[in-house]
Ligand binder design. Sequence first.
Ligand SMILES: Nc1ncnc2c1ncn2[C@@H]1O[C@H](COP(=O)(O)OP(=O)(O)OP(=O)(O)O)[C@@H](O)[C@H]1O
Ligand SMILES: [Mg+2]
Length: 266
Amino acid sequence: MEIRERVRQLPISPSNLRGMAIASQSDSHFPLIHCHRLFKSYPMTGIEVHALRGIDLDINEGEMVAIMGASGSGKSTLMNIIGCMDKQTSGEYYLDDADISKQEENELAATRNRKMGFVFQRYNLLARSTALYNVELPMFYASISGAEAEQRAREALEDVGLKDFMHHWPNQMSGGQQQRVSIARAMVNRPLVLLADEPTGALDTVSTKDIMAIFQKMHQEQGTTVMVITHEPSVADYCQRKVVIRDGQIVSDDKVANQIIARKSA
Ligand SMILES: Nc1ncnc2c1ncn2[C@@H]1O[C@H](COP(=O)(O)OP(=O)(O)OP(=O)(O)O)[C@@H](O)[C@H]1O
Ligand SMILES: [Mg+2]
């Protein structure tokens, strides 16, 4: 078992997080996420769309990064590759020192399930299932048993402030509440990386602040690496680093000067 994987199974404490940092320094060859000269083209009838055109991006374990850029600039394409949902046309992508381009579909699915958590603009919850069942679902794929899965799902929903909504269906909850269910679902397997594609795109300002407060809490308390795709500069300001993409290339990559610390509304 890899060292990171073993560390991840320990209870979370500051000393374990330090251990994780030491393990990653001494055992890793690359940063947690390593993209080098990444290209992605989509063959279309008549023309080929070049969605990514030579992305060089390294993200260390424990960073919180915003990815920004105009519509069509390649943000979701990059997230799909980093999230092991798609593969590049050329170039290197290493996640946790594994060459993802060499993984077959079943190995990729295992990597996605063990290491990645996903949050989308439209929540992607099962409409005819309770919040509790939606959060339990990824654990079934990770072979975690019924009682333990239920316990962990309950804790995850409490963590995002939904203790009283366990048995609600998605259509009985607000957009912000549904997004919190999807975050609990993304976090329940303790992913190394949380990838969020426009997570606040459908939310009002108060719900946006609540969602970013939850991401910051996961990032600080569990050491999760967080990547947030957003159009909104105010959302990027909750992150530590801001990467801007234009026409499939990185045009800037800067530390956020005055990171906003979100506090959950009452
Ligand atoms: N499956 C696909 N087949 C063909 N072209 C695609 C596909 N997915 C994306 N593209 C094209 O690749 C380019 C980048 O798309 P992408 O979805 O990554 O942009 P984006 O930055 O996420 O945009 P938005 O902010 O609107 O979500 C666009 O020109 C898009 O039309
Ligand atoms: Mg997109």
